[in-house]
Design a protein around this ligand. Structure first.
Ligand code: FAD
Length: 468
């Protein structure tokens, strides 16, 4: 048709993976088309994920810190929350970043085609937009279609009181009693926000710990703190039914002994995971294989089974994290542009931006045990950190894992305020093959939380044995 376009590189989806890939390929001289169904660029991360959640978590942190100041002799009045203003703040943060992307795309002459794209052949995507179909042909394509929240069959998702993370971020109201279904990172971050805003929060998790996958010791201080603040935390418990009644959502739970009980909530936030969007793009028309769950398999250059089509981000697998999508986006764009590049990162850090934050990278102790890998550890409790105590907090832990043969650091788990920032140093240490002496002999600024990494290495080496 008239409006049909061609791109040397066409990117399907403009999340952190997609926009990174598009910009990188354009910087390397390619003529790039970026296809996006949503009104604004940025995908889940910028619009309904990482960024709006962090804006609200910042506000939550200020509220709870102000509350806790009374223990140090400073008492603030009870916070007055203007939800419209708060929402406007969150939206303005999102708007600055997504608007920034529009500018970056223009600056690079990346053509943005708005609408939902599906493959119609090995070199063609048909995009259904507001003003009809645009056929976008390509020499090479990068699929960055992302993921969406998983819905559960026995839950009335059409009831407005049942929400997912996107609904929670909309901040329509502050429910009196809220159930967070799923004790993973996304559920717990939203729990943290609504608890600070004044909701009575209950969390239910099927596994025997919150944030399954994270180091057990590191999760304990978070568990301890939220136990004191939330109404209930049910572990090893599943939800078997949700009934929409006039007076609320009646939820039936079943614990691991088979005992059933029920309770009624004003809102239920379903945060039980995300599913990839691979099944929605007619990938078969291009010959690209999609597995039963909707994931697209790729090699270490992000190539699918079809050599001129790449895939990156949530749609290629776990962990579903923005920084992984970005990294893969660069790899795919560079390979598509003829550069020699592969995904060879050793580790991908994970962070829950809860209060306290929980962060880990590389091997966890649980994994080491399960895989029979021998590790030794250095652990530093933040109760002995001057900076942490000055912050009025003492529950943090920095745990480093080392290979006993060469003392190289192979993993870390950190819980405490700003753990997410601290974990980056250990990621670098692992990538560079640093050992305990490197971390222990590097002078860290005092007093900072970053010292806890230095101290944990020294605990391992035995160069400090007594905690202050
Ligand atoms: P996405 O961000 O999912 O973007 C895909 C884009 O493609 C979307 O804009 C979609 O509209 C578009 N699209 C899909 N199919 C088509 C099609 N056929 N045609 C046109 N357009 C299409 N990760 C972190 O690392 N840190 C965090 O703090 C963090 N917080 C999060 C908080 C929440 C509440 C949620 C839900 C997620 C969070 N994540 C976080 C995860 C992170 O958002 C994702 O890992 C990341 O967005 C994945 O990027 P992506 O590029 O693969 O795809």
């Amino acid at each position: 048709g008239k409006g049909d376009v061609h791109g040397e590189v066409v990117v399907l989806g403009s999340g952190p993976g997609g926009y990174t890939a598009a910009f990188r390929a354009a910087d390397l001289g390619k003529n790039v088309v970026l296809i996006e169904a949503n009104n604004s660029l940025g995908g889940v991360c910028l619009n309904v994920g990482c960024i709006p959640s962090k804006a609200l978590l910042h506000v939550a942190k200020v509220i709870t810190e102000a509350e806790e100041m009374s223990a140090h002799g400073v008492t603030f009045a009870k916070p007055e929350i203007d939800l419209d203003e708060l929402r406007a703040f969150k939206d303005s943060v999102v708007g600055k970043l997504t608007g920034g992307l529009d500018g970056l795309a223009k600056g690079r002459k990346v053509k943005v085609v708005k609408g939902y794209g599906k493959f119609t052949g090995p070199n063609m995507i048909a995009v259904e937009g507001a003003d009809g179909t645009t056929n976008v042909s390509f020499d090479q394509c990068i699929i960055a279609a992302g993921s969406e929240p998983v819905a559960l069959p026995f839950i009335p998702h059409d009831d407005p009181r049942v929400i997912d993370s996107t609904g929670a971020l909309e901040l329509k109201d502050i429910p009196g009693r809220m159930l967070v279904l799923g004790g993973g990172i996304i559920g717990l971050e939203m729990a943290c926000v609504y608890d600070a805003l004044g909701s009575k929060v209950t969390v239910v998790e099927l596994m025997d710990q919150i944030i399954p996958g994270a180091d057990k010791d590191i999760v304990k201080p978070l568990m301890q703190r939220i136990k004191g603040r939330y109404e209930n935390i049910f572990l090893k418990t599943k939800v078997t039914a949700v009934e929409a009644l006039d007076e609320g959502l009646k939820v039936t739970f079943e614990d691991d002994t088979g005992k059933s009980f029920s309770d009624t909530f004003d809102k239920v936030l379903v945060a039980v995971g995300r599913k990839p969007n691979g099944k929605l793009i007619d990938a078969a028309n291009a010959g690209v294989a999609v597995d039963d769950r909707g994931f697209i398999a790729v090699d270490n250059q992000q190539r699918t089974g079809v050599s001129h089509i790449f895939a990156i981000g949530d749609v290629v697998g776990q962990p579903m994290l923005a920084h992984k999508a970005v990294h893969e986006g660069k790899v795919a764009a560079e390979v598509a542009s003829g550069e020699k590049r592969a995904f060879d990162a050793m580790v991908i850090p994970s962070v829950a931006y809860t209060d306290p934050e929980v962060a880990w990278v590389g091997m966890t102790e649980t994994q080491a045990k399960a895989q029979g890998v021998k590790v030794e550890k250095g652990v530093f409790p933040w109760a002995a950190s001057g900076k942490s105590l000055s912050n009025g907090r003492s529950e943090g832990i920095t745990k480093l894992l080392f290979n006993p043969d060469d003392q190289r650091v192979v993993g870390a788990a950190i819980v405490g305020t700003n753990a997410g920032d601290l974990i980056a140093e250990v990621a670098l240490a692992i990538e560079m093959g640093a050992d305990a002496v490197d971390l222990g002999h590097t002078i860290h600024p005092h007093p900072t939380l970053s010292e806890t990494v230095n101290f944990a290495a020294e605990m391992f080496e035995g160069t400090i044995t007594d905690l202050i």
